[in-house]
Ligand binder design. Structure first.
Ligand code: 5GP
Ligand code: SF4
Ligand code: MG
Length: 457
């Protein structure tokens, strides 16, 4: 998500911001621009470049905008669910962009539908618009947003744009990343700080858990709408999802990954290997750290065709298998006759690791030792990262020994949870914690009935 208030090139800047964050979602993109009188939306399925190819930003004047790139966690890919969502009434319009997952969206929606609401999309995001609308009349927009947010359970970062204000909200655990910056007099907000770098904005601060920012021509106002709980920023943002040049919660992503590699080497070294290689792009930082710590050379054993999107995000296993093949190639001269340590950032379904071990062996590697710079992922993510069922998670169903056989490696080891925390968390103050529920099973946010189920086990 990207938002800007107070700049006469708002739409164009939002486009650049989204482009820098293309890796966060490739299923759809959209921008809503505010010209002071009404909100204009342009969105479509596909990549940012394609969606805005024919758009002339001079035709979209305005001084505020919000934008979104969508990573469909439901296999729908449909136009309606591409964000921002825009809701129009006789008196005003509201645009909403959301990152995360509203766990009780279905329940809320059922109640609302029984009371007569008609939904436009199947997106969990839409419930907030309806909850806000119910508060209309006697309340300010801000009060309506707060009343709506208080009913939500889950992980959420929201950008909401009306004709006269931009609102920015983060859930009380701050599970998803969200930063505030300045571009001259304008305010900018982005999921990742790499979007600030590209537009020449400066980082101001993190949006705080449980905080609502109201930005308007009068400036910025901060409200705490829910008690701030210890921050639980998604560990997978550091492990895999975010760009290395982004700082999340003041911790640089590349640096944290390199530290994960160092910790991994401390825990599971392979001293008699010949060479360490990573899997572009997400595990390069960790591989560099691992090699440095073990005193082994780091080499490019695998290269990536940069014109193919992230394999993980493709819908079916068949397509994913094929995608991985198209994407990665071994460098024979680096691996032939060698004992190779192959570092990847994570094993989710096991597709990538198996494919790469095979590639390396086909290219003549004598041994392939797989080292993973994150813990075993044994639990589904309930907060918006696309790992929803236990069934698909290889570590939920297999021991390390079995995984080693399945991916045809000579050995497999994972970074410990402690090592991961050490690599990411700088200090143990209240705002520095991480969510690692997919690794530990310790979920920071649960719905009431889930909590009961959880404690029964
Ligand atoms: P697998 O191939 O085991 O299903 O997925 C792991 C690989 O996919 C890793 O190389 C990782 O970089 C990449 N990956 C892509 N998307 C995700 C995601 O949402 N979560 C995780 N953990 N890894 C992902
Ligand atoms: Fe991130 Fe895992 Fe927590 Fe989901 S469960 S928010 S992927 S750390
Ligand atoms: Mg990867």
């Amino acid at each position: 998500m990207f938002g800007i208030w107070g700049h006469d090139k708002a739409a164009e800047i939002t486009y650049y911001g989204l482009h820098a964050m293309q890796h966060r979602g490739q299923d759809g993109a959209g921008i809503v621009i505010n010209n002071g009188e009404n909100l204009k939306l342009h969105k479509d399925v596909g990549l940012v470049n394609d969606v805005f190819k024919r758009v002339n930003f001079a035709d979209f004047p305005g001084y505020a905008a919000i934008g979104h790139v969508r990573n469909a966690t439901q296999d729908d890919g449909i136009f309606d669910n591409v964000q921002p969502l825009v809701f129009r009434s006789l008196s005003s319009s509201t645009a909403i962009a959301h990152n995360g997952r509203i766990m009780n969206a279905e329940k809320i929606r059922r109640n609302l539908e029984e009371a007569g609401s008609i939904f436009q999309t199947t997106s969990d995001t839409e419930v907030l618009a309806h909850l806000m609308k119910k508060m209309n009349g006697k309340n300010t927009t801000e009060e309506a947003i707060i009343a709506g947010l208080k009913q939500l359970v889950g992980a959420y970062a929201f950008l909401i744009l009306t004709e006269d204000k931009m609102y920015v909200a983060l859930d009380p655990r701050g599970i998803r990343p969200l930063s505030l910056g300045r571009l001259g007099d304008a305010y900018v907000v982005a999921s990742e700080t790499c979007a600030f770098s590209i537009i020449g904005a400066t980082f101001e601060r993190e949006v705080m858990p449980g905080e609502l920012l109201t930005i308007s021509n009068e400036g910025l106002k901060s409200t705490r709408f829910l008690l701030r709980e210890p921050r639980k920023l998604c560990a997978m943002e550091y492990v895999y999802f975010s760009r290395p040049d982004s700082d999340l919660n003041l911790v640089n992503v590349h640096t944290s990954r390199k530290r994960m590699g160092i910790e991994l080497a401390r825990e599971h070294p392979v001293y008699d290997a010949d060479v360490v290689t990573g899997v572009p792009d997400s595990s390069i930082s960790a591989a560099i750290g691992y090699a440095e710590q073990c005193g082994l050379p780091y080499e490019m054993g695998v290269i990536k065709n940069r014109y193919i999107g992230r394999t993980f995000i493709q819908p079916s296993q068949e397509l994913r298998d094929q995608g991985v093949k198209m994407k990665l190639s071994p460098v024979r001269g680096v691996v032939e006759g060698k004992s190779v340590v192959m570092i990847d950032d994570s094993i989710v379904r096991g597709t990538t690791s198996r494919r790469i071990v095979r590639l390396l062996k086909e290219a003549g590697a004598k041994e392939v030792h797989v080292r993973i710079s994150s813990p075993r992922i044994e639990n589904p993510c309930l907060y918006g990262i696309d790992m929803l069922t236990k069934k698909e998670l290889i570590a939920a169903n297999h021991t390390n020994e079995e995984i080693k056989d399945i991916i045809e490696a000579d050995s497999v080891e994972f970074l410990s949870i402690e090592g991961t925390e050490k690599a990411i968390v700088k200090d143990k103050t209240i705002n520095q914690g991480i969510c690692a529920a997919c690794m530990t099973g310790n979920y920071p946010v649960l719905e009431n009935d889930q909590r009961k189920e959880f404690y029964r086990k």
